[in-house]
Design a protein around this ligand. Sequence first.
Ligand code: NOJ
Length: 713
Amino acid sequence: MSRIDDLVSKMTLDEKIGQLVMRALGAGTIVTGPDAAAEPSVDDVRQGRVGSILNLVGRDRILALQKIAVEESRLGIPLLVGLDVIHGYLTDAPVPLAEAAAFRPDLWEATARMAAEEAAEDGVALTFAPMLDLARDPRWGRMVEGPGEDPYVGRLMAAAKVAGFQGADLTRPEAIAATAKHFVGYGAVNAGREYASVDLSERTLHEFYLPAFKAAVEAGTLAIMPAFHDIAGRPMTGDKPLLTDLVRDTWGFEGIYVSDYDAIGELVAHGVAADMAEAAAIGLTAGMDIDMMSPAYRDGLRPAIERGLVSVDLLDAAVRRVLAAKQRLGLFEAPYARGTIVVARPREERRALVRAAGAAACVLLKNESEVLPIGPTGGPIALIGPFGTTTREMIGAWYGLGDREEAVTIKAGIEAAFPGRTLLVAEGVSGLGGATDGIAAAVAVANEAEVVLMAVGEAAELSGEAASRTQPGFTGKQAELVRAVMATGKPVVLLLVCGRPLIETEIIEAAAAVLVIWHPGSEGGAAVAEVVTGRRPPSGKLPVSWPRHLGQVPVFYNERPTGRPYADGEFFVTKYIDAPNDPLYPFGHGLSYTTFELGVPEVDRAVFKPDQPVTVTARLANTGDLTADTTVFLFLRDCVASTARPILELKRFATLTLEPGEETVVHFTLATADFECLGPDLTPCAEPGDFELSVGFSADRKALQTTKVTLVS
Ligand code: NOJ
C-alpha cells in the first residue's frame, strides 16, 4: 500500500479536514490579511487539525512547530509551510513589474532561485508566487506584482519563475514550491478597484488571461491560488468548470489549489453560499484543496458532509492531493531539511544579482539633449524629492524578510558613484502628503546645482494589495515641488519611483529626462546609479502601456481592430475628441544612451504549410558609441480570421548586447502554433491566410518594419 493510501485509511474525519486547513499560527506570525478570528493553538497541530501554516517567520519557530506535527501528532504528517516570497526573501530583487521590464527570463529565473534558497534556509516550503495576473489598469495597485499587460510575457514569466523556485527536483531542500496566482482574470477588476467583481468574455479570458497559468502548469507548478473575485457572478474559488474541468482535467494539473486568504469563507459574502457548510461544499466541489485562513473547511466541512452537500470521497481526493504535494516536496522523508540546510551563497553574489536586476529594470522614457548619463566631473548634482533617502521605496510592496534598512538608497548610490562631484540633497515634500515647507529650500538647492535628479513618484505602500488609486500619479505636493524645481531652468531628470505607470503627462513632457526606476530592490540606489552614470546603459522596456490620460484606461497595445480605424482628420473614426488614442509611451518603449537600427524583416519562406516553421531575420546595428543592450520584439497580426484578431500580438523578443558599430542578425523561429488563434468554439486552430510579421523596439506601429507570410492548407 502506498504511503498516501495508508495514511488516508487511518485518518479520522477531523484529521482529513485538518490536512486541508492552512492557518497563521503562533508568535512570529506576520499579517497579510484581515484579522484571523479564533487563531488555532499549537495543540491544533498536535491534534492534526491544521495541516499547513502560513506567515510564520523564523527558522527556529518553524522547526519547533514542524517537530510537533511530525513527532507529536498521531500520524506524524509534516506541515506545509507557506509564505509570500514574492520578489525576494532576505535580498529583494526589483518588484515583479520592474523585473518584467528587463525582458530577461534568465534573470527572472535567477532571482526566484535565490529567493527560494533564502526562504528554504528558513524552513519555508511553499511560496505564494508567481503572480501572473495580466493587468491593463494602473488604478489597480496589484499591477506591481505581475508581468504587465502581455500574455506572452506572462507565459515566459510563469515558466521562469516556476523553474526558479522549484528547480529541477522539488524534493531538494533548497527548492520551494510555486503557487501560480491569482487564478484568473483578477487584473480586470471593475474600474481597477481591488477585490471588485469582474465581467470578462470567455474569449478574452482564454486568449489573454489563461495562457500564463497554462504555462505555469506546463512548468510543473505545485500549487495554484484562485483569486478573490467573481467573473460574472461565479467566484473563482467555487468555479468547478475552470478549476477542475479545464485546469485539472484538460490541462492535466496534478498539484493543489490553495485558496486565497479567507476566500472560501467569503463565498458567503459573495452571496453564493448561505453558511460555512455551503461555502465548504462549493469550494470542495470546485476542486479547492487547501482553505487558507477561512473557517469554511474547519467548521463547515463536517456539517456539509452530514447534510449530504458533499461526499467523503471528494474530501479524500483533496486530502490525497495535499499529501501528494507534501510527498513531492520530500517532506515525509526529510521534514526538517528546509530550515537546517545552509546554501551559503555569498552575500556579495546575492547583492550583485539584485543590483544587476535593478539596473536592467530601469526604463528610460525620454532623454532630451542627452542630459543622461551624468559625467564623473562637473558642478554639483542635486537630489531632490521624498524618495531620495528612503529605504522602503527601494524595496516596494511585498518585501519578504529582508532588512529594509540595508537597502541602498538613491542618495547612497549616487554619492558612491560620483566621488568627484558634490551632492546636494533636499526632501522637498513628504511622499504621502503633508507639509509643503521644503519647496523653497529644495528650489534653493536646485539653483546651486548643475543638474537635478528628482526622486519622486509613489510611496511603496501605495501599490500592492488593497492599494487601488483613482489618480495613479504623484501623491501629496510632489507635482508642486517638481514644477517649482523645473521653474529654475535647471535640467531636471525624474527618477520615477513607482509600482505602476504614473499618469503625470504634463510633468513628464516638461522634464529633460525621465528614468522609471520602479521599486528597484535591495541594491536599488546602487543599481540606479549605474544607469545614471552610464556604467550600465538603460535597457528596460515598458511591460505595460503608459497612459497619457486616466480616461484612456484601459489602454493596451494588443487591442482588437475596429470597423472604423483611426485616420487623421476623419470624424467618424475611433477616437477621443479631446486626446489622442495612443498612450504616452507604448508597450515596449525604453530608450538607451546609444542608438540602434533595425532592418526590414525577412522570412525564409513567404508561403508555408502547417507544421513548417518560419524563420524571421532582421539586421540589428548599434549605431551609437556605447556598448549596450536592447530588446527587439516580433509581433504578428493575423490579417483575416474567423474572429477578429488583435492588431498586434507579441510572439517573440530577444535581448542582445551590441558594441558600438556592431551589426548582427536577429533570428526568430515561429512554429505553426504561433499562428494559431482560438476558433469560434475557443479551440486553437491555424487558419490559412495572410499574417503580418513586424519587428521593432516597441509596439509603436508607426515604427514597425513589416513583412507578410501566407499559410496555405
Ligand atoms: C492575500 C493575497 O491576495 C495573496 O496574494 C497572498 O498570497 C495571501 N493574501 C497570503 O498572504
